[in-house]
Design a protein around this ligand. Sequence first.
Ligand code: NAI
Length: 336
Amino acid sequence: MKLAFFELEGWEEKTLRDRFPHEELLLIKDRLDEFHLPPQTDAEVISVFVDSRVTEKVLSNFPALRCITTRSTGYDHIDVAECKKRGIVVCFVPGYGNNTVAEFAFGLILNLTRKIYHAIDQIKETGSFSLQGFRGIDLKGKVLGVVGTGRIGKESVRIGRGFGMKVVAFDPRPDAPFAAETGMTYLSLHELLACSDVITIHCPLTPETTHLLNRDNIKTVKRGAYLVNTARGPIVETAALIDALDQGILAGVAVDVLEEEGEIKDEMKFLSQARRPEELVLMLQNHMLMRMPNVLITPHIAFNSREALMRILETTMESINGFLAGKPAHVVPELR
Ligand code: NAI
């Protein structure tokens, strides 16, 4: 069988060759999308990561395709409904790095509340040991608002409690035993926004969560709060973030994910193709965000620990072996 892997870094290649000695492997560094199609599109299994975009158009280029595995927890970059129509199985990696992402979210939180990045940058850039402008706030005793208490959100709740924070959460499917166990309280989203000193987002990107935080409800955020998004960019409306920062509603923002990350990573290519005005506006807004002093942006690396990557590869190989044996594993909930 022909298996095509996209967005590979290189270190995975030996493991993949060892584990699939009898299959024909296409090992590709580039991402897969409408503008990055490989010369051969006859694979029956493809494996992608988060910069790929497996749209209807991409799918129609792979006539033999029967299984897609994404080496990520989020699978919003794959048209699952279209895969369902075509009888293509979609597998993902649930829960490879619950602690990995939550630990990173707290790294961002501490960078915002204690200005660590700016302080280090000052010393490296100017050699100055001045304390000016570096007063922060304690986390202990502050309110942490967790949006989405799934696998990663729950780890954030635990870490927040470890810091001595009061934790509130919003989730349309609350887990009452977990709340009791950790001493956390579920609130409505509106209540959470109004009382949290630090908001951290851990829900998936779906039609319902797109612009969950938007121009209307961002006005209800507690003045001076900090916001961290390690989930997916479109969950927060970029224009709303800029407004809230301008108006001092948010004291600081740290995001590991942007609306339309592909554009930022490959702007020359992006600009050379015909684009809708909304996409160009979004690109400009991303640049405005990047230039704001109280905004920290990381390039979608919350998943990126050595341990998590090994777990991702293992789970992906399990999914493919399951598919080859006629028993697909780690299938996305929509296709079970
Ligand atoms: P999960 O499926 O275990 O939990 C998601 C939770 O969000 C569930 O409890 C669900 O009920 C809740 N939810 C659904 N709709 C909601 C809404 N409208 N408002 C609030 N909560 C809602 O997912 P997990 O493993 O915790 O991952 C969460 C997301 O984190 C992923 O979907 C992915 O997009 C993102 N992620 C980002 C990474 C990065 O490197 N930046 C790495 C891994 C995941």
